[in-house]
Design a protein around this ligand. Structure first.
Ligand code: IPE
Ligand code: IPE
Ligand code: MG
Length: 226
């Protein structure tokens, strides 16, 4: 959860958008470091369903930054074998932004390195509602075709989430010292370890990332057992 771009900019008396732009280098470094140490799935929370509440110039600036960055980085990501995907509702994004993500996904779909999941216009609650609607639609279709009723199980619902083919996260890191999920992977993070980093996102680097991983490695995970 990449947080603190606005505060980074404010400390320097810059526009918030300068903070978001400065955060791109931290994204680059985190992707490279994660891929180097063998992380298989890295999800970056880029824009939440609640972030539309921000001033229009900030929202527009972020959407432009996403499109520009995705187009500029896709070659390097592809060359490193990274597979790019998105979770969230792309249909509400400006066309150029949605297309930049969709074409990166298409272009890298057969890569077998780390999967980079960009959470954009993503909200955990919206995702669960969407999954439940899909479940109901499928259950109805099966019933209409005379099939057995489809029981509503955790696996059945999970199979309709945006993350159907992505394992649950083992570690959730949030920067800027905040300790909340802000609607990120509500279902999937049920047993994730949470690590808070005091660093503002644009200052996040491989050393801080590895410190978070070390903290994760020192945790004892019990999953409700003893
Ligand atoms: C995170 O930084 C980036 C997005 C949510 C898009 P913020 O913009 O939330 O930065 P702060 O929390 O205001 O410092
Ligand atoms: C969460 O950060 C969303 C992203 C990092 C994209 P916010 O800055 O929007 O969250 P709140 O408002 O502090 O909870
Ligand atoms: Mg914030």
């Amino acid at each position: 959860i990449m947080d603190g771009n606005g505060r980074w900019a404010k400390k320097r008396m810059l526009n918030r958008l300068r903070g978001h732009a400065a955060g791109i280098e931290a994204v680059r470094e985190t992707i490279r470091c994660a891929s180097d140490i063998g992380v298989r799935y890295l999800t970056i929370y880029s824009f939440s369903t609640e972030n539309w509440k921000r001033p229009t110039d900030e929202v527009d600036g972020l959407m432009e930054l996403f499109a520009k960055t995705m187009l500029a980085e896709v070659d390097a990501l592809d060359a490193e074998g990274v597979r790019v995907m998105t979770i969230g509702d792309l249909s509400a994004l400006p066309a150029a932004t949605a297309e930049a993500f969709a074409s990166a996904w298409e272009r890298t779909r057969d890569n077998d390195g780390m999967t980079l999941v960009v959470a954009v216009n993503y909200g955990g609650r919206a995702e669960i509602i969407h999954a439940f609607e899909e479940y109901l639609r499928c259950a109805h279709d099966v019933q209409a075709a005379g099939g057995e009723p489809v029981p509503l199980t955790e696996d059945a619902l999970s199979s309709h989430l945006y993350t159907a083919d992505i394992p649950d996260p083992e570690l959730v890191v949030r920067t800027s010292g905040e300790m909340r999920l802000s609607n990120f992977l509500l279902w999937q993070a049920a047993y994730a370890e949470f690590v808070s980093s005091d660093v503002l996102w644009p200052d996040f680097d491989r050393y801080e990332f590895l410190r978070c991983i070390l903290e994760y490695q020192s945790r004892e995970r019990r999953f409700g057992g003893v």
